[in-house]
Design a binder for this molecule. Structure first.
Ligand code: F6P
Length: 514
């Protein structure tokens, strides 16, 4: 990953630059929003010449022309173009695990061999989805989709976003080992017509396997004759699924080179396809592919995900921002911040470079967020008047998702745009408690519509933004060893064999463990 040249000198050049305020930047160039708005588009349906898309306005960030030139120089010495070709070309971009990262191939962006393999797996998933819709497994009205992390957050987001009007199958995504989560799904489903989808790249994750066993028991306890016949496995370890008892005809594999948090478009997306149908699922892929094409073919600041990464690096490394916030002004994207948290924090929350050396600055900021307008009445006070500088992303759809009085959507959009304007402009007052310092940055994403293709595009945009950030920082975004130690200690607590600290020992005794 990255790091072909002297990035230290490029960072030093960036650190030496003065910071103009947003007001100064707009005063110097009132058409700044034109120069700093990007649009990515895709056909509204396969083969159509009519396009839909999203526009992204970066002009309310502090990126000056000079800073952008310096970031472009950084991208060059960090080897961005070569790293990007390595990513799409199936090279080893995950050196600690000796793996390529082939999630792009799932939507047609990769080597011919990887794309061909992905298409074959997608066709197989499509056949099973359509067979289930046609009743091959009996009546299927509900699906309990069991998985965690990357095997749950993407499906949960997409199903919540895309089934507001209609779900072909009523899907409940269950991730937590806390039995309350599974019990809630049981209450909403009829065992006779429920399918269990077990999603796990490794097929060993304790939460998922425990939940899957309990779901099977629930089917059996409720008189379902062949509970095992109602299970579909989504995994990169098909042998483990066979061992666990899943019939090979109901195992949908995906390649090992697709990372968990990048696996939404693989067979991990089976519950999405079950809920929205294969045509819509393919539209998600088409939106993602449009972003890949833009990301591959566009250089420097014209490249929207790279430009987003320049802004991320500017705030994290040059302005000391420890968090970045995402507010979707759309109920359908309520789960987007959760999804982005894993994508960005599990990928780029690292302390060493891809070569194993200490990093030379802070890495991923903390991603957090919520839904507008709700968040305005809860956390925006701090954004406007608190002591933290927090870059904000606003995401909204021009087309409404509801059928109510258009006033609803108009007020929603008005509020979204007002927040970006208010954060930037601020307001003076003789009363310090009523003054707003302003000069607070935001980026606005305006989707033509919040449909399957737009969701696919948004997700791919953030995957590529995360990758671009990793290259600029010289880190490997595709491993996640930081999650292992806690898992190992949980096992020690279970077995009681371990050298625990006094605090943990006392807590174990109090909780009746060990
Ligand atoms: O513990 C972290 C993690 O490995 C994530 O990276 C992954 O998405 C999640 O657990 C679930 O893993 P699996 O899909 O193998 O069950």
């Amino acid at each position: 990953m990255g790091g072909t040249g002297n990035t230290a000198a490029a960072w030093a050049a960036l650190r030496g630059k003065p910071h103009a305020t947003l007001a100064e930047l707009f005063a110097a160039d009132p058409a700044r929003h034109e120069a700093l708005t990007r649009r990515i588009a895709w056909p509204v349906e396969p083969g159509s010449s009519v396009e839909a898309g999203m526009r992204i306005d970066f002009s309310k960030t502090h990126l000056s022309d000079e800073a952008l030139t310096a970031f472009e120089a950084l991208a060059e010495v960090a080897g961005f173009a070569a790293a990007r070709e390595k990513l799409f070309g199936g090279g080893i971009v995950n050196p600690t695990e000796g793996r390529a990262a082939t999630h792009g191939a799932l939507r047609g962006s990769g080597t011919p061999a990887a794309v061909e393999e992905a298409e074959a797996l997608l066709a197989r998933m499509g056949m099973l989805v359509e067979a289930i819709h046609e009743g091959a497994l009996g009546e299927v009205r509900h699906c309990i989709a069991i998985g965690i992390g990357g095997s749950a957050l993407g499906p949960a987001l997409a199903i919540d976003a895309l089934t507001r009007d209609l779900a072909l199958v009523d899907v409940h995504v269950v991730s937590n080992i806390d039995g309350l989560a599974l019990e809630q799904a049981f209450r909403a489903c009829d065992p006779e017509t429920t399918l269990i989808a077990v999603a796990s790249k490794t097929f060993t994750t304790i939460e998922t396997m425990t939940n899957a066993a309990s779901a099977l028991k629930w089917l059996a306890d409720n008189g379902v004759e062949d509970p095992g016949g109602r299970v579909v496995a989504l995994t990169a370890a098909p042998d483990k699924a066979v061992e666990w008892g899943v019939d090979e005809t109901r195992i949908l594999p995906f390649p090992e080179s697709v990372g968990g948090r990048y696996s939404l478009f693989s067979s991990i997306g089976f519950p999405i396809a079950l809920a929205i149908g294969m045509d819509e699922f393919r539209q998600m892929l088409a939106g993602a592919k449009a972003v890949d094409d833009h990301f591959r073919a566009t250089e420097g600041r014209a490249n929207a995900p790279l430009l987003a990464a320049f802004a991320d690096q500017y705030y994290t490394r040059l302005r000391g921002c420890q968090t970045r916030a995402v507010f979707a002004y759309d109920e359908r994207l309520a789960l987007l911040p959760d999804y982005l948290q894993q994508l960005e924090m599990e990928s780029n929350g690292k302390s060493v470079t891809a070569e194993g050396k200490p990093v030379d600055g802070p890495t991923a900021p903390i991603t957090w967020g919520g839904v507008g307008t709700d968040a305005q009445h809860a956390v925006f006070q701090l954004l406007h008047q608190g002591t933290h500088l927090i870059p904000v992303d606003f995401i909204a759809s021009i087309a409404p998702g509801d059928d109510l009085d258009p006033a609803h959507h108009r007020i929603l959009l008005m509020n979204c745009l007002a927040q970006g304007a208010a954060l930037m402009a601020g307001k003076t007052s003789d009363d310090p408690a009523r003054a707003y310092v302003g000069d607070r940055p935001s980026t606005t994403f305006l989707l033509d519509d919040c449909d399957a293709a737009a969701l696919g595009a948004l997700i791919a945009f953030h995957e590529q933004r995360t990758f671009a950030n990793a290259v600029l920082m010289g880190i490997n975004p595709f491993d996640q060893f930081g999650v292992e130690l806690g898992k190992a200690i949980a096992k020690q607590i279970e077995s009681g064999e371990g050298d625990f600290d006094p605090s943990t020992k006392a807590l174990m005794a109090a909780a009746g463990l060990g």
